[in-house]
Design a protein around this ligand. Structure first.
Ligand code: C5P
Length: 303
């Protein structure tokens, strides 16, 4: 479509594996991670305007806490795309984002909004920018933004922004335990440094890739791994209880997603995911639970 109102849906991610090196001179940690997009979404609506201005409205659970100026990654995404286009883009945009992805949950919700804003603005402004151009703008915005555009299952290296799609057969059922309060990503990385952690050559475990290629949920459950988990648990000891509870209830595997605090549990089937979500919820160890499936496609246009 040309101009007008555009609706883009963007998935959350979990990290099935995350290997993290020591902080580099640029302040970032070298990563090797296996990103995996799941069926929990933010919806981005973009309406082209003629005045050249960018406005942002956030709706959904917890949205009132979020900034709507250039402290918001989605706003910065629209501004970065407009700057990259220069005189080719005299327009503005009214962005409205409905949050379905938990805020500060380690599921890249802010990055999803940025990816959605990039795609929605490129369509609303009817600009001819190729996917590589969009990905380059995405990588400048944040480590997880390129994956939110791509979706599926992908290995991310560097800051997590250099992506290679990974072979994943079949789809899996997951239960997510959402926490009462978010965790700050920089704080988790600082705790990681304090604990003296950091692999010399971070690599995604081969067993994880084999399990996905073989469509073997039992192997996959055992191979889930996150180097940031000890740091997240050190800041929020209760997470260990959440992880243990899910495993005791029969999950095939459990892992903190990204910098947390969301915990992801792999279920053997849809029926066991339903059981697990009901029982986990009844244990009262987390704010709420969500059942999701993966892998899902990245940011996509719905109209
Ligand atoms: O890139 P992004 O804005 O998502 O990163 C947020 C913060 O997380 C960074 O400022 C940095 O402190 C930390 N980080 C890191 N190493 C990475 C990714 C993020 O230390 N690979």
């Amino acid at each position: 479509m040309v101009g007008g109102s555009v609706h883009v849906r963007v998935p959350a991610k979990i990290n099935l594996g995350l290997a993290c090196g020591k902080r580099g001179d640029d302040g970032y940690h070298p990563l090797a991670t296996l990103f995996y997009a799941v069926s929990l979404y933010d919806d981005v609506h973009a309406e082209r305007t003629d005045d050249g201005r960018i406005t942002l409205t956030m709706t959904g659970e917890g949205a009132e806490e979020l900034p709507v100026d250039d402290h918001n990654l989605a706003y910065r995404a629209a501004a970065a795309l407009k700057a990259a286009l220069g005189p080719l883009c005299p327009w503005g945009v009214d962005l409205t984002i409905r949050k379905g992805i938990p805020i500060a949950g380690g599921m890249a919700g802010g990055s999803a909004d940025a990816a959605g804003a990039l795609l929605a603005c490129s369509v609303a402004w009817d600009v001819d920018i190729d996917p590589d151009g969009l990905r380059a703008v995405a990588a400048e915005l944040g480590s997880d933004v390129p994956f939110a555009l791509l979706g599926g299952t992908a290995i991310g290296v560097g800051r997590g922004d250099r992506l290679t799609p990974a072979l994943s057969r079949g789809s899996y059922h997951w239960v997510l335990a959402l926490a009462e309060e978010g965790l700050s990503t920089p704080a988790v990385y600082r705790k990681f440094d304090e604990l003296g952690l950091g692999a010399v050559h971070p690599e995604v475990p081969a067993e994880l890739l084999h399990a996905l290629a073989a469509n073997d949920p039992v192997r996959l459950g055992k191979a889930l791994h996150n180097d940031l988990q000890p740091a997240a648990v050190a800041l929020r000891p209760h997470l260990q209880r959440v992880l243990n509870t899910g495993l005791e209830l029969g999950a095939l595997g459990a892992v903190v997603s990204g910098s947390g605090p969301t915990c992801a549990f792999l279920a053997a089937s849809e029926a066991t995911a339903v059981d697990l979500s009901v029982q986990l919820s009844a244990q009262g160890v987390c704010r709420t639970v969500r059942r999701v499936q993966g892998p899902m496609p990245g940011a996509r246009l719905l109209n």
